[in-house]
Design a protein around this ligand. Structure first.
Ligand code: AMP
Length: 398
């Protein structure tokens, strides 16, 4: 039977994640991951019905080659003619976009203009858009911005307390990330709780290798922990999150490091990895912490403590808390971290229910607080691809 399918693309500088979704029921018919794009040994791996298959991109080892291989795979499956539109994740839309957009020349120029705000991501996102336009000629493309959902933050939440000319002249302010996930999870949480999203105060923690938290009041983002870049806020897999900015001059003066080196240390060698001196992977940290590894114990506690402090802070931004929501790889799977965070926040009226917390471990949604808790906590699995597909279908009139 013929169906209308949406291709969702999420491009990094050397990678491409793709998924083909049936927007009506959310079914994923194919997913793929292109890696080492730009290098001679680039390849793409397809996953269809649980079966994986790797294709070397010898002739065109780049984003266009990866999208070309994806079209070939769709032809083999007889799905190519059913692709109706393409949705792209774009990291920064700056202050210009507070919602998803149909791709036009003007939109492309605006994404280019935002490159200083996302120098690693926006150029890669543009490569994906151009590759899709080249290979899937004539199909509409839609861009879904990570920053868009947070454009509702008030000025007192997004402004840094530095001379305002840097905001005026350079756009230096807090933008936040993971907006697509927050929008999806906020809607799902309202549905799950049987509440009207326009009358709901949520604190949502998106905890993956990159992690952030947001205050969502009546369906709108009021504040979030990431800032100009994803470095601000929570302790993450390899990012430090909040630090005293004087760490830069201290390390420059005392360790002879330059700005790029310090930036790399804070982004790539810090967080769970830096503190545990073991791994950025939460599963490894938990396993080793249970065996008593001192660095792993400290990393786990710091991750949970910082997060708990932010839960309380986001309660200020949301004007109260009806529910604390956990999502992302760690949020959906780590009962250990969820329990620690809720224990720190018991004074807010959150009481963890151990059995429910463990039962919600394997990507399942569910309430994890006791019935007599004043504030509820729930696990809601995120689905950014589906949100991008929904926006793409809506904006292309499918
Ligand atoms: P994401 O970036 O959303 O894919 O999340 C990746 C993070 O989720 C990694 O730190 C993983 O270690 C963590 N994660 C995945 N499964 C589990 C699990 N069962 N227990 C704890 N952490 C997990």
């Amino acid at each position: 039977m013929s169906q209308k399918l949406i291709l969702v693309l999420n491009c990094g500088s050397s990678s491409l994640k793709g998924a083909v979704l049936n927007n009506d029921n959310g079914d994923v018919l194919l997913s793929c991951l292109g890696e080492k794009l730009g290098l001679p040994d680039a390849y793409i791996t397809f996953k269809v019905n649980g079966e994986k298959q790797k294709v070397e991109l010898k002739e065109q080892p780049n984003h266009t080659g990866a999208v070309g291989a994806l079209l070939d795979e769709l032809k083999k499956l007889g799905l190519d003619s059913q692709i109706a539109a393409i949705g792209h994740r774009v990291v920064s839309g700056g202050e210009k976009y507070s919602e998803s957009m149909l791709v036009t020349d003007e939109v492309i120029q605006a994404i280019e203009a935002c490159i200083p705000l996302a120098p690693l991501h926006n150029p890669a996102n543009l490569l994906g858009i151009r590759a899709a336009q080249d290979i899937f000629k004539g199909l509409p493309n839609v861009v879904v911005f990570d920053t868009a959902f947070h454009q509702s933050m008030p000025a007192h939440a997004y402004t840094y307390a530095i001379p305002r000319k840097y905001y005026r002249e350079l756009g230096l302010r807090r933008y936040g990330m993971h907006g697509t996930s927050y929008r999806y999870v906020a809607d799902e949480a309202a549905r799950f709780l049987g509440k009207d999203k326009n009358n709901l105060k949520l604190v949502i923690a998106h905890l993956g290798n990159g992690a952030s938290i947001a205050a969502v009041r009546n369906g709108k983002s009021m504040d979030t922990s990431m800032g100009l870049t994803p470095l601000e806020g929570l302790v993450m897999g390899t990012r430090s999150g909040d630090i005293d900015p004087s760490v830069f001059s201290f390390l420059a003066n005392n360790a002879g490091l330059n700005i790029q080196q310090i930036t790399d240390i804070l982004n790539k060698e810090s967080g769970l990895l830096g503190v545990s001196e073991l791994s950025n992977d939460c599963r490894t940290i938990e396993e080793e912490a249970l065996k008593g590894h001192e660095g792993a114990v400290l990393a786990l506690e710091m991750f949970s403590y910082r997060l708990a402090k932010y839960v309380a802070a986001m309660g200020v931004a949301a004007g109260g808390i009806d529910a604390v929501v956990f999502t992302g790889g760690i949020g959906e799977n780590s009962d250990i971290i969820r329990a620690k965070v809720l224990n720190y926040c018991e004074f807010l009226g959150l009481k963890v229910d151990e059995e429910r917390n463990i039962a919600a471990r394997f990507g399942k949604d569910g309430v994890i607080t006791t019935d007599d808790s004043r504030v509820i906590s729930v696990v809601i699995p995120t689905n950014e691809e589906l949100m991008i597909a929904n926006d793409t279908a809506r904006l292309t009139g499918l």
